[in-house]
Ligand binder design. Structure first.
Ligand SMILES: *Cc1c(COP(=O)(O)O)cnc(C)c1O
Length: 458
């Protein structure tokens, strides 16, 4: 048998022409999003002031199994996709494990992460509808960068609210977003009512994704021709990210491989939801039964320690209510270095699958994550993003279990991006000043106490 190559790229012709909508195969669907004023399920029309029409449709469409990827989006994808599926031969050797480790690498574009896959789709639909500007929030900066790239491609002005601690920690992120003509505002800011209210309560806050979302949503609903776009959590984003999983599955099939374990880091759940989509389809339809593992930071453990409840998607309590694993929309995570994983909630689709036992979740402390990141970088010559390194940590732990048991499992994990903008975090790990923050039960109870009360439901 010929040896499996280190890197497998699909050809352009083999790239997916449709996204896959996991909801179409879920027997038990996520609970509907609720309008926060009426507590009734939201309709597409309810979402029009915030989202563009096609995306509002995708958000609520539980039935269409495959959605055509617009040709313009396919053409954009071809500038940086297909992304490689890589066999981690060197990592396997260094771990002395019988496990076979594969990873799907999404860091090969300027945004440095998978986020461009959804950014370009969202900018495309906005442009097609004739909108004149977009607004969003960004945590660690990858989403803001990806969306700035996408908006500049379609000549759409963009305002990005960037979580204040990231804005201060990552000045070069700002420069890239500006390179692509994005306007960038540290959040909370005094430019919105939501921002001013949060600043009044806590003038020294380091900010959070939830409060940046409130600001961006406010900007969208108060600006003519402007809509809000979000880089994770939403059903539409998981749909777009299914391109990761579809490519992975096809590449593995070409190698005559199938994963026993699929691992991804989970912030709002978009890369994980995208990576696992076709494998979860097999699981839901009884074709196969791979283990699916979500990895989250111990500092922001929504799946492993959160409540499955209706909650706002933002701190300002203006978005619809989604039933999801949440730490409470008032939970402000510590200024952890994995900025992209600092979100209080989790994709309602993944939350439901986890709740129904289709998925496992683990949480890991950041010093162990960086230990894995540095080890991985040396073996595989890719400097991973801190977020991605959560998945690396879990993949290494699984591979080490295989070494103990002698079982040759096939592991697939998502390597979502590169860590070049996170060198402060790497430095703090390397010079020994990095600490592990784990919220106490009391911290969590405080935020749970503020979960919205919904008559007849919770
Ligand atoms: C944003 C981000 C994540 C986390 O977001 P998800 O929506 O959970 O995928 C993970 N890795 C990188 C590199 C990111 O930029």
């Amino acid at each position: 048998m010929t040896k499996i190559p280190h890197r497998l790229y699909l050809t352009e012709d083999q790239m997916p022409k449709q996204w896959y909508n996991l909801r179409a195969d879920m027997k038990d669907l996520p609970d509907p999003m609720l309008n926060p004023a009426t507590f009734k399920p939201v309709t597409e029309e309810d979402l029009y002031p915030v989202f563009c029409r096609e995306l509002a449709h995708q958000e609520l469409d539980n039935e269409t199994r495959y959605v055509d990827i617009p040709e313009e989006v396919q053409d954009f994808y071809k500038m940086y996709r297909p992304s490689p599926l890589i066999r981690a031969y060197n990592l396997e050797k260094a771990l002395d494990t019988p496990a076979k480790i594969y990873y799907k690498y999404e860091g090969n574009n300027t945004s440095g992460s998978h986020k461009l896959n959804s950014a370009i789709a969202q900018a495309y639909y906005a442009k097609k509808q004739g909108l004149t500007s977009l607004t969003t929030e960004t945590g660690a900066g990858q989403w803001g960068t990806a969306l700035a790239e996408a908006c500049s491609y379609y000549h759409l002005p963009l305002t990005v609210y960037m979580v204040k601690c990231s804005y201060e920690q990552k000045p070069f992120r700002k420069a890239i977003i500006q390179t692509f003509d994005g306007e960038i505002i540290p959040s909370p800011s005094s430019t919105t009512n939501a921002g001013r209210a949060i600043l009044e309560k806590d003038p020294n806050t380091s900010g959070s994704l939830g409060c940046a979302i409130s600001e961006a949503v406010e900007k969208a609903v108060t600006t003519e021709g402007c809509r809000y776009v979000l880089g994770s959590v939403l059903n539409q984003v998981l749909l777009h990210q299914s391109v990761i999983g579809l490519e992975s599955k096809m590449a593995m099939e070409m190698l005559d491989e199938y994963p026993d374990i699929v691992i991804g880091c989970a912030g709002g759940g978009s890369n994980l939801g995208g990576l696992i989509a076709p494998f979860m389809q097999d699981k839901l339809t009884g074709k196969s039964n791979p283990r699916i593992v979500a990895v989250e930071p111990a500092s922001c453990p929504s799946l492993t320690r959160g409540r499955y409840a209706y909650d706002f998607c933002d701190t300002g309590r203006v978005t619809p209510l989604a039933r999801m694993y949440t730490l409470g929309c008032g939970f402000i995570p510590s200024a952890s270095h994995a900025g992209g994983l600092r979100y209080h909630g989790m994709s309602p689709i993944l939350s439901k699958l986890y709740h129904d036992g289709y998925m496992e979740a683990v949480s890991v402390e950041q010093t162990r994550v960086f230990e894995a990141a540095v080890f991985f970088a040396k073996q595989e010559t890719i400097l991973p993003a801190p977020e991605s390194s959560h998945a690396i940590r879990a993949a290494i732990d699984e591979a080490l279990k295989c070494r103990e048991s002698g079982e040759a499992r096939t592991i697939l994990f998502g390597l979502t991006g590169t860590g070049y903008f996170d060198m402060n975090a790497y430095s703090s790990y390397l010079n020994g000043t990095m600490t592990d923050f784990i919220p106490t039960d009391e911290d969590l109870e405080k935020a749970f106490a503020e979960l919205p009360k919904i008559p007849g439901i919770q």
